[in-house]
Write a protein that binds this ligand. Structure first.
Ligand SMILES: [Zn+2]
Ligand SMILES: [Zn+2]
Length: 379
């Protein structure tokens, strides 16, 4: 079938909305009519060239690529052998597919599923064919095997999660990346407990949810660090008790709040994480405390500032996380249940909605720090 999608032809270009031909769903695949797609910072990394260059690592280029890895929609067709989904099911997508059979899935770590290794390469999960073609027949890839910036999505059944039909589909889309990642960074990875002091560095779509996670876990002090005054103001809505414009400014604040002990955990969720952010995060963290790196760093970056003497002698931990260190099929329904119970703010995360044709404006607003989350909404 023909659909319309925002395609990126190379780094440092604008998104182009063009017609794309999708294959009919093959074995183990579903066709989804997209309802909403979050404008996550990770797709911006394709534009800046920080991501999607597996050619440098010996792989194939992802360009041209349909962007988007946060989304929701309704299944309109199922391929051969699909038994867990039927036409009419409401779904969240998952940028980490879950096969359910590999060592990681079998041990409750779907976020590390072996299928995730191919998520930034070309080809459908099912049989490796492209499945998406441009107006001249050229092959087009999809971000994270999804491509949510399109009116329809051809997906593997491993990349979708069924959700309650009563749920509005915009919050469902947000939970599929930013919410699960941020919330889990605090609750699962930093293991925040009641009475903790937590610092969240970068308070956009991921950080706002790390604040919500820290609050839900009972943290006493939740310190939001962001250069943007708008994001610092919004941070209070999501659970921040204090704010600072920089980690340097936070140092004195956290020292005062903890009588010099410093933070139990620091979550680094900036839009672009760079190696020079780790040492200041380290010094904001108490003895035996935890630093969690959540945001995406430029893919080829190797240099990190870390005081190894202090790191070892103060018994600190530095942890990475993907999908909030939770299994997508567990996290997504659980977080949506908290939303239904009024325990998680999802509607409040949406600053602005856009049509597919307004995608470049949406990303410009993100760059200008105007949005906690911009969302593409389809008819
Ligand atoms: Zn994302
Ligand atoms: Zn797996």
């Amino acid at each position: 079938m023909k659909t319309r999608a925002a395609v990126l032809h190379g780094a440092h270009q604008e998104w182009q909305v063009t017609e794309v031909e999708l294959d009919a769903p093959g074995k183990g695949e579903v066709l989804v009519k997209t309802h909403a797609a979050g404008l996550c910072h990770s797709d911006e990394h394709l534009v800046t060239g920080d991501l999607g260059t597996p050619a440098e690592l010996g792989g194939s280029s992802l360009f041209p690529v349909i962007g988007g890895h946060e989304g929701s929609g309704v299944i309109i067709e199922v391929g051969e052998g699909v038994t867990d989904f039927e036409v009419g099911d409401h779904v969240a997508v998952s940028f980490v597919p879950a096969c359910g059979k590999c060592r990681w899935c079998a041990s409750g770590q779907q976020n590390l599923c072996d299928l995730g290794a191919g998520t930034l390469g070309p080809g459908m999960i099912s049989d490796g064919r492209c499945g998406h073609h441009g107006p001249d027949g050229e092959e087009i890839n999809t971000m994270a095997k999804l491509g949510t910036f399109a009116e329809h999505m051809l997906l593997s059944e491993d990349s979708v999660i069924k959700v309650d039909k009563d749920l509005p589909l915009i919050p469902v889309a947000l939970v599929s990346c930013g919410v699960a990642t941020g919330y889990g960074s605090a609750v699962n990875r930093a293991e925040v407990t009641a009475g903790d002091t937590v610092v969240v560095v970068g308070c956009g779509g991921i950080g706002a949810n790390a604040l919500q996670g820290a609050k839900a876990a009972g943290a006493k002090n939740v310190v939001a660090v962001d250069l943007s005054e708008f994001k610092r103001e919004k941070a209070a809505e999501f659970g921040a008790t204090h704010t600072a414009a920089s980690m340097e400014e936070a140092m004195e604040l956290v020292g005062g709040l903890t009588e010099g002990v410093m933070a139990d955990s620091v979550i680094v969720s900036a839009g672009v994480v760079t190696g020079d952010m780790i040492a200041p995060a380290q010094f904001l963290t108490r003895k035996g405390g935890t630093i969690v790196v959540t945001g995406l760093a430029p893919m080829m970056q190797m240099d990190v500032q870390l005081n190894l003497f202090e790191f070892a002698m103060m018994n600190k931990q530095l942890k990475g996380t993907i999908f909030g260190s939770d299994s997508p099929r567990r996290a997504v329904p659980r977080l949506l249940g908290m939303y239904q119970a009024g325990q998680l703010k999802l509607d409040e995360l949406v600053t602005e909605t856009y049509t597919l044709d307004e995608i470049n404006q949406g990303y410009q607003d993100m760059r200008d720090n105007k949005n906690i989350r911009g969302v593409l909404v389809f008819d």
